[in-house]
Design a protein around this ligand. Structure first.
Ligand code: HEM
Length: 126
């Protein structure tokens, strides 16, 4: 399977389950919780879900609504060091465990999240 085929395997429903499982953990997380918009978690959930659907071969709803992803720029306001990166990946891996997606789709998603989260690091920690 290739990345652009993931959508045809897990569909909207798979991405919905995954992203919902991720965002359920966000408000209670001491490190990440405070970074996310408490009054608009639903919107944040929708943005991540639409982005992933587009990125993994589904309809480009994200692009239509948000334009070019420019994720490094969009994450610039948030302090992302190694700890935040590791935590984000930990929450997402837990969401993947919970969503029970087919093995090959899971593997591609885990690899993508780890690489993208490292790419988004925007400060060093002491
Ligand atoms: C590394 C740790 C990360 C942190 C701390 C973080 C934090 C955040 C925060 C606080 C937001 C704003 C929520 C909102 O949309 O209102 C956001 C948005 C977003 N994040 Fe992350 N994020 C991280 C990693 C990632 C990764 C790995 C991806 C890609 C898989 C990602 C994709 C997105 C997308 C698509 C948005 C919405 C951008 C927009 O259209 O405005 N983030 N992130």
């Amino acid at each position: 399977m290739e990345e652009h085929e993931v959508y045809s395997v897990i569909g909207n429903e798979g991405f919905e389950r995954l992203v919902a499982a991720f965002y359920r953990q966000v408000p209670g997380d001491d490190l990440l919780g405070p970074m996310y918009p408490a009054q608009d978690l639903h919107g944040a959930e929708q943005r991540l879900r639409d982005f992933l659907i587009y990125r993994f071969g589904g309809p480009p709803l994200y692009i239509e609504q948000r334009g070019h992803p420019r994720l490094r720029m969009r994450h610039a306001p948030f302090p992302i060091g190694e700890r935040a990166r590791d935590r984000w990946v930990q929450l997402m891996n837990r969401a993947l465990d919970e969503a029970l997606l087919p093995d090959e789709a899971q593997r591609l998603l885990r690899e993508f999240f780890a690489a993208m989260a490292t790419f988004l690091i925007n400060r060093t920690e002491d």
